[in-house]
Write a protein that binds this ligand. Sequence first.
Ligand code: IPM
Ligand code: MG
Length: 360
Amino acid sequence: MEARFVLLSGDGIGPEIVSQAERVLRWIGKRFGHAFEFSEHLIGGIAIDTCGDPLPQETVDACKASTAVLLGAVGGPKWDDPNAKTRPEAGLLRIRKELGLFANLRPITAYPELVDASPLKREIVEGTDILFFRELTGGIYFGPYSCEDLPGGGQRATSTEVYETYEVERIFRLAAEAARKRRGKLTMVDKANVLEASRLWRRVCAKIAKEEYSDLEYDVVLVDSMAMHLISRPRSFDVVVTSNMFGDILTDEASMLPGSLGMLPSASIGSSGPGLYEPIHGSAPDIAGKGVANPLATILAAAMMLRHSCSLEKEAVAIETAVKKVLADGHRTADIAAAGATKIGTIAMTDKVLAALESA
Ligand code: IPM
Ligand code: MG
């Protein structure tokens, strides 16, 4: 097939890891006979520095015209001033909105070889396999907000959580479809004992679950309990669906289950058009430019991109199998290495993945 991929490296370790994922994609293109084209565009802090805008129009246009987008990471201390006119993160939020990427899929898989890298006990973590569906273009992230000076001094600031029925319905159905293809379990997380928007989620999801997905095992969990259950009994969850902010928080928590953020990819998709694929981790400014970052999350994000945006299942599986082999063979970057173990760098790790692909 022909595909045009936009690469948005962004900041920090972004360029190092995206260029490695590009190597893997080029290998796949060649081996499986696909015409993959790549173009690079600016987002985040580097875009602010270059043209004063974390998401230049030129980048938006390129993304919209692409088959799919592979993103590294945005942000860093250089752009962290809370009073700054614009921030790198604004670019990420806007590209999600521009492309209509309302569903953020975050798989949390505990690789058997890495279980001991988790801060949690082996008995708890082993066998964890959760797929989060985080709503990505609504809720408190995009609701009305304000900040005003009060006459007596001080300020009043607001951020509002807004959801409409259709926004809940469409992500819930995607999550339910995924649950059907997995272990048939679907958990919806909200705060319906306090928040009105959560009560809407509760009603809308209950109705669809009953009318359209009665074959699934469906339950609801309050977000505060979920924070607890996630680390006490992660194996009992299959597909989890939740709002934008709850999903943001819970997926960071869940990312500790497999041991390292450096292993976790994510996919953001809409009802049509290009999807956006990225590692869950951030720009890791502390290790940027040192060649030690783990490229596997981005390489796995590239696999998700082939699966979801190109329907190239075989190719996606080839990459995922190669990553598993590399781990089974004991190759580790610093973030997933046991104390005293040999560590390899970003490029060497990618070399191992390419060698595993070659020998498959
Ligand atoms: C994430 C990140 C972003 C978010 C930030 C960088 C805006 O934390 O993708 O989870 O909050 O959505
Ligand atoms: Mg986050």
